[in-house]
Design a protein around this ligand. Structure first.
Ligand SMILES: NC(=O)c1ccc[n+]([C@@H]2O[C@H](COP(=O)([O-])OP(=O)(O)OC[C@H]3O[C@@H](n4cnc5c(N)ncnc54)[C@H](OP(=O)(O)O)[C@@H]3O)[C@@H](O)[C@H]2O)c1
Length: 180
């Protein structure tokens, strides 16, 4: 059974720019995110980076991303999964609207991370105050993309170049952007 969307547009106005809501994603040169419900490529250095940043915190994800995880829930993190269907997934907290997810984030005064996928990045971007983007220096075949990032709305505060090596086949930048 499908649940109501709980007036997500109205809640956008109420909750905009939550100071403790961040998003974390790895994107290609054209903001590619994934293909056929898989990540673009295997980059162990980015998985390590993701783990370091999110461990001990809350992660929010859409159900497609939840299903795509090889191991779930992600350990040492509060896992919140968002679906419109009237189901509760095991080993995580399931919510049925963006508003309910934001309420859970608001309960705790600590950083929470939207970790995908494309639908969740699009829906949560208006609320997020910080973006952790891994910019992979390559383009990819993709069927999902990160939403456009308007330069006038974001300040780049970190930009670390990491060259490719024998385990990581692409150059990349670890970037942090903060809402102006
Ligand atoms: N590069 C990266 O950093 C990264 C990170 C994560 C994921 N990804 C990639 O992103 C892709 C998955 O993205 P996706 O957009 O297909 O999936 P998703 O964002 O993980 O989940 C989408 C699901 O969210 C639910 N939903 C949609 N609108 C909603 C709303 N208003 N309120 C509540 N729930 C809602 C729907 O599930 P129901 O149908 O159950 O309602 C929808 O199918 C994969 O390729 C994955 O590998 C990439």
């Amino acid at each position: 059974m499908r649940l109501n969307k709980k007036n997500d547009r109205a809640s956008q106005q109420k909750n905009k720019n939550m100071k403790n809501l961040s998003m974390i994603a790895a994107v290609g040169e054209n903001l590619e995110l994934g293909y056929q419900n898989q990540l673009l490529c295997h980059l162990p250095i980015d998985l390590k980076h993701f783990k370091e940043i999110t461990s001990g915190h809350t992660v929010l994800m859409g159900d497609n991303t939840w299903f795509s995880l090889p191991k779930k829930p992600l350990p040492n993190r509060r896992n919140i999964v968002i679906t419109l269907d009237d189901v509760a997934f095991p080993d995580c907290e399931t919510v049925h609207s963006i508003e309910d997810a934001l309420d859970l984030v608001r309960e705790k005064d600590e950083e929470a991370f939207v970790m995908g996928g494309a639908t969740m990045y699009r829906l949560f971007l208006p609320y997020a105050d910080k973006l952790y983007l891994t910019r992979i220096v390559s383009s990819f075949t993709a069927d999902v993309f990160f939403p456009a990032i308007k330069e006038e709305e974001w300040s780049l505060v970190e930009n670390e170049f990491v060259p490719k090596d024998e385990k990581n086949m692409y150059d990349l930048y670890f970037q942090t952007l903060i809402r102006k």
